[in-house]
Write a protein that binds this ligand. Structure first.
Ligand code: NAD
Ligand code: ZN
Length: 363
């Protein structure tokens, strides 16, 4: 197999790991995983009902060929699988199969599967080794990097979880070809986010390569995914557990976006769509606060539009309700809303105590 692979290292001392990014590397996954986890004999692949029929067979075949005995666990596709009930069912299945601490959990899927499988890995038998094979654009650039894993409670998203870093992340970009178009666009919201928060040159690269990105041109896709992984890896290295505030920059547009998701009951918008509106609210607020000029906010909006992402805030939403939801966001500190606001392209700052009337103005 000829391979042109980019490697991004997440440098966390003895818990550091590589992210390998290339095309058509899934058939080689077994050998690659074995190269990272020596002596591996047993693995449990966790996937969902959309992804497993497409990609579980080549993965399990390659593990088999590498001498790794793999079992497949398939959960229903969709956010409801990130539940206590689903986690319990998998724990019991692992117990019945006498899974022990020599076993590695492999997540094959989008962010739902990654978060759930990572949570199982973090908790079963006090912790199993973990590998991520992300299959959505969002998962390749965001959820598979950084070690946050978890499940939801009926009243709180991602509220039960852990920091549990994988041993290895394998990104086969050809798997993104089967991704529904709307999911791919939503993933672009996070990609564009990285440009705005950390890399003006990258933002410009996206602007000039829209068509190639939409067409999944291999070199372009590899460049954008590697750049995003590198930016996230750098931030995670500096602030793995979100204590210094550095990691918080990744939440650009998210306090607004989470309020939109919550107000629409997580049904109307995909996460990337909601945070697009959120990032545009944050940019407009920054214009009003004279932190950036209107031209930068327009430039951001124009790029979102190129990927058919919703820039205008849903007019059906009530501003006071959104503000209340923002106050209750997990990231808010006792009702104080901490916002991530740009100061120029490629740079953001954390801002506390923005007056309510300024927030309401952009809602
Ligand atoms: N841990 C983190 O740091 C982090 C960061 C961001 C988001 N998340 C979590 O990620 C989740 C969202 O992830 P997502 O957007 O990947 O959603 P998802 O996992 O639900 O995947 C979206 C849909 O695409 C399908 N799919 C996945 N890959 C496919 C492929 N290659 N071909 C065809 N269909 C495919 C899935 O079955 C699903 O129906 C949320 O639960 C969110 O909380 C976690
Ligand atoms: Zn996000």
């Amino acid at each position: 197999m000829t391979q042109d692979i980019s490697t991004v290292r997440v440098g966390l001392d003895d818990r550091g790991y590589d992210i390998e990014i290339g095309h058509r590397i899934l058939p080689d996954a077994g050998a690659r995983i074995l190269g990272r986890i020596s002596g591996l004999r047993r693995a449990v692949v966790i996937s969902d009902s959309n992804v497993a029929p497409l990609y579980a067979e080549p993965l399990i075949g390659s593990l088999d060929a590498a001498g790794v005995n793999a079992t497949l666990v398939t959960v229903p596709a969709g956010e409801p699988s990130k539940s206590v009930e689903q986690a319990t069912a998998i724990w019991n299945q692992l117990l019945a199969e006498r899974i022990d601490r020599q076993t590695t959990i492999i997540a094959l899927g989008g962010g739902v599967v990654g978060d759930l499988a990572g949570f199982i890995a973090a908790t079963f038998a006090r912790g199993l080794k973990f590998v991520q094979i992300p299959t959505t654009l969002l998962a390749t650039v965001d959820s598979s990097v950084g070690g946050k894993v978890g499940i939801n409670l009926p009243g709180g998203k991602n509220i039960v979880g852990a920091f549990w870093q994988p041993q290895y992340v394998l990104i086969d970009l050809s798997l993104l070809d089967s991704l529904p178009v709307r999911q791919g666009r939503a993933g672009m919201a996070e990609v564009i986010k990285y440009g705005v928060i950390a890399d003006a040159e990258f933002f410009e690269y996206i602007e000039t390569n829209v068509e190639k990105i939409r067409a999944h041109e291999p070199g372009t896709l590899k460049h954008i995914v590697s750049t995003c992984c590198q930016i996230k890896a750098d931030v995670v290295e500096e602030d793995e557990r979100e204590t210094s505030g550095r990691r918080a920059i990744l939440n650009y547009g998210h306090t607004f976006g989470h309020a939109v998701e919550s107000a629409t009951k997580y049904e109307k918008y995909l996460h990337g769509e909601a945070i697009t509106m959120g990032m545009q609210c944050a940019a407009s607020l920054s214009v009003n606060l004279k932190r950036i000029d209107a031209e930068m906010a327009d430039r951001q909006a124009a790029l979102f539009r190129q990927f058919e992402l919703p820039v205008e805030l849903d007019a059906a939403l009530d501003s006071n309700e959104l503000l209340e939801l923002m106050r209750r966001d997990k990231k808010a500190d006792q009702g104080n809303i901490r916002l991530v606001l740009p100061t120029k392209m490629g740079h953001v700052e954390l801002v506390d105590n923005v007056p309510d009337h300024e927030i309401l103005e952009v809602l």
